[in-house]
Design a protein around this ligand. Structure first.
Ligand code: DAK
Length: 274
């Protein structure tokens, strides 16, 4: 897809974005949110996290957007929460203001699929942010890690939990206790990332993947997200029960009729998202 084919809309809060870039590729129903603090390797400070919350809110409620990509620069997806901003904070400050929690976790509330397209460093909060997305596509130069132990703290945004679920106890202990980094090949072998692509292809592959998802029936996409996420929160029997009910619910949609009829007619389905 050529760059010129991509339409970029101004957004409601576009003028207020200083730490991220929001692009809406409305011709393919995909949004790309790019962390944009290159001098700090996209360290996630409060201002950036607030803007991220706005952008996710905007995309999630925009009828022209069906899939969202979170990405950074070639050198860094994000090198963690901003250490310079955090250093002087004390317990009562972080506890009382519930330090950057609200917008930080906004990504987990998105009903639309969110793909993390990771190149370079995804460390600490950067790794946790990528893991809060629905899946990760990594460039060959990606490096993942939870180095908080080197700062005298521990992961604070789900690293001990999501990393353990993604790669198992032994590797999660290794990563969090030593603070070492994992390269893209190891991350793929371990199940942390869905696939690895050459650095030069990352944006194109992420957009192509998002476009593929955006062309599906929206109810099916939301239901699959809901059911897979439930797998982390419930027993197998309850998860399968939810899946069965959602499967049955598909038969109340026009898109199920259209999808199956299109197969029978040997043509592409035209989903109406209803
Ligand atoms: N914070 C602030 N600045 C950072 C930074 C960070 N995390 N990472 C890099 N920088 C800045 C550097 O200070 C440097 O700035 P100047 O000195 O040029 O002003 C610039 O980015 C370039 O970095 P380097 O010169 O260090 O670049 P190198 O290529 O030599 O090294 C590196 C790259 C990524 C290996 C290194 O920068 C590094 O180790 N960075 C720190 C990585 C790290 O420890 N990350 C974990 C931070 S703790 C929570 C949510 C989130 C969190 C907790 C709670 N809640 C919702 C409650 C998360 C906590 C964390 O992430």
């Amino acid at each position: 897809m050529s760059q010129t084919a991509l339409k970029i809309d101004a957004t409601k809060r576009g003028d207020a974005y200083n730490n991220i870039i929001l692009e809406k590729l409305t011709d393919i129903n995909v949004a790309v949110i790019t962390f944009n603090r290159p001098a700090a390797l996209n360290a996630l400070n409060a201002a950036l996290v607030t803007e991220l919350g706005w952008a996710l809110e905007d995309c999630d409620s925009d009828d022209k957007i069906d899939a969202i990509i979170l990405t950074g620069s070639e050198k860094a997806f994000a090198a963690g929460a901003d250490i310079k901003e955090m250093q002087a904070k004390n317990f009562s400050t972080v506890y009382l203001e519930d330090y950057i929690t609200k917008d930080w976790e906004r990504v987990t509330k998105c009903r639309k699929p969110v793909i993390a397209a990771v190149s370079g460093f995804a460390l600490g909060g950067g790794c946790e942010m990528a893991m809060m997305c629905d899946f990760i596509i990594a460039a060959e130069n990606a490096k993942f890690g939870q180095p908080e132990i080197n700062l005298g703290i521990i992961p604070g945004s789900g690293g001990t939990q999501r990393l353990t679920r993604a790669i198992g106890k032994s590797k999660a202990m290794d990563m969090c206790l030593t603070g070492r980094m994992m390269d893209a090949a190891e991350a793929e072998r371990s199940g942390l990332v869905a696939r690895v692509v050459p650095l030069a292809e990352l944006r194109k592959e992420a957009i192509k993947t998002a476009q593929t998802i955006a062309a599906k029936s929206r109810p099916s996409v939301y239901m699959i997200k809901e059911a897979i996420n439930k797998a982390f929160e419930t027993s197998l029997a309850e998860g399968v029960h939810l899946e069965r009910r959602l499967f049955h619910a598909c038969f109340a949609t026009d898109d199920q009729k259209e999808g199956m009829q299109a197969f029978i007619d040997k043509r592409k389905p035209e989903f109406k998202n209803q």
